[in-house]
Design a binder for this molecule. Structure first.
Ligand code: SF4
Ligand code: SF4
Length: 471
């Protein structure tokens, strides 16, 4: 077998710029063969996570949608918790967690997101599955079907394909909208053509792009449109495990022959690894931008190795160091970047847990009137004006009683009556505070406290430190 040192690695195997082996479309889509295997099962498992996207909007919790991103009312409902724009930092931490998770997973095992979860590859896989069932699941069968003269059978098959594609695309659009308004109400209003305009726009946009991207563009989106595909390189290092062809074992590739095994490589040049690749690349030419690390070529090659009675793993998940420097891969938990990523993720999870556990029941703000800052009354008293705004973040109606603390010789008007604040609402209150300055000769600026208390639940009590300006 060829020794590793004999293989011109730099020139041929890892220099994808010198030989661009990414499928470029050229007017045709890739028709990948489907084969059973460990990574196909994993991919199916990853794809099934997307069922949450379709099903979850129909789950109810306390008589409302369990998860609802209510943009018009600026409220995000997650089971019994409601987040308001003021709590957006919790959502930001959640996004940070997923962004770092993506970077960590990519650093460890390449484009796992692309290969197993990405909506583009998942929807494309579903669309090509339908196409394969109706028009043939190999390039030759599909070509035969497409070049055959038109017949009723061909028309019906094409029609069914596009109806199914469009149905999935429309359902994708409706499911997206269902995260933003009550899912059952949305269906009612779609059926009666009374859905709000933003819902129609979202459904139409998602339908169009799903149908076009998954049905026609397919792998071309990964090659030419997706920014994440371009970012991969900076997240890899020489310890990243990627689907790779073991050239030292496979070369020189030779068609099945009676040649002694010592004189030929393990690759029998059957091209099955290329035929199953959803992006149409030849992994034997080295790691390439078009590889979404789905592992389907590993399944394909393993099945061929089984047939020719050779050990599996000619194509396998391996690091650059393992393949080309003969160095054992560093355990992923000992790699500095994984440690740093994990620490950031731990901090974000702690922040998210703290955020959800300590969301205040109200948000209380006091705005001091600026024009004018104070008014001198005819009786010598100084008056400051304030607007009190209390946001009720609970799911119950609050009966709020306002009071002030820490301001001597003060009289307050505007807060005599209890204020009813419905869930998710803010009731602004104009308040006038007057201080008899002749009685105490106060400083120009004094701090004092506005207090808001729910008369039914004394635990719901919040304070705001305001200032009183008298000079
Ligand atoms: S080369 Fe292999 S791992 Fe990469 S996209 Fe093609 S089938 Fe998937
Ligand atoms: S499937 Fe394996 S044996 Fe067949 S061409 Fe690919 S690497 Fe060679």
């Amino acid at each position: 077998m060829t020794k590793l040192a004999d293989i011109p690695v730099k020139e041929e195997l890892y220099d994808s710029l010198s030989e661009w082996s990414v499928h470029t479309g050229e007017g045709e889509n890739v028709t990948a063969r489907r084969m059973k295997g460990k990574f196909r099962t994993l991919k199916n498992g990853g794809m099934s996570v997307w069922l949450i996207y379709f099903i979850f909007p129909y789950f109810r919790w306390d008589n409302h949608q369990a998860v609802l991103l209510d943009l018009p009312n600026q409220q995000f409902h997650f089971f019994s918790t409601t987040l308001f724009p003021q709590d957006i930092w919790v959502l930001s931490l959640t996004l940070l967690f997923f962004a770092i998770l993506l970077a960590a997973v990519t650093g460890v095992a390449g484009r796992v997101f692309c290969g197993y979860f990405c909506f583009q590859t998942v929807w494309t896989d579903a669309f090509t599955f339908i196409e394969g069932k109706l028009e043939g699941n190999s390039p030759s069968r599909k070509h035969k079907f497409n070049t055959a003269p038109w017949s009723s059978n061909k028309v019906i098959r094409k029609l069914i394909k596009h109806v199914l594609w469009l149905s999935i695309a429309v359902l994708t659009g409706i499911s997206f909208s269902a995260w933003f308004m009550d899912a059952f109400e949305l269906w009612d209003r779609i059926v009666s053509f009374t859905a709000p305009k933003p819902a129609w726009i979202a459904i139409a946009t998602f339908t169009f792009f799903t149908y076009w991207f998954a049905g026609f563009m397919r792998e071309q989106v990964c090659f030419w449109l997706c920014p994440y595909a371009r970012l991969q390189g900076v997240m890899y290092d020489q310890d990243t495990m990627l689907p790779a062809y073991d050239a030292s074992r496979g070369e020189p590739r030779t068609k099945l022959s009676n040649q002694p095994i010592e004189e030929k490589g393990a690759c029998i040049d059957c091209n099955v690894c290329v035929a199953v690749c959803p992006t149409g690349i030849d992994i034997r030419k080295g790691q390439q931008e078009g590889c979404i690390t789905c592992g389907l070529c590993i399944d394909a090659c393993d099945s061929i190795m089984d047939k020719v009675d050779q050990p599996r793993g000619l194509i396998r998940y391996a690091s650059y160091k393992e393949l080309y420097k003969n160095v054992e891969p560093v355990q992923f938990l000992k790699r500095p970047r994984v440690i740093v990523y994990s620490l950031i993720m731990l901090l974000s999870v702690a922040g998210i847990a703290y955020g959800f556990g300590n969301l205040p029941p109200t948000e209380f703000k006091v705005i001091h009137e600026r024009q004018p800052l104070f008014v001198k009354m005819s009786n010598g008293e100084i008056q400051n004006k304030y607007i009190l705004k209390l946001l009720n973040k609970t799911k119950n109606t609050l009966e709020i009683q306002y009071s002030i603390l820490g301001l001597e010789h003060a009289t307050v008007s505007g807060i005599e009556k209890m204020i009813t604040v419905e869930p998710g609402k803010i009731i602004p209150i104009n308040v006038l505070v007057r201080v008899d300055v002749s009685a105490s000769n106060p400083p120009a600026i004094q701090e004092f406290i506005f207090i808001a208390t729910d008369i039914n639940h004394s635990s719901i009590r919040t304070e705001y430190t305001a200032i009183f300006i008298s000079k």
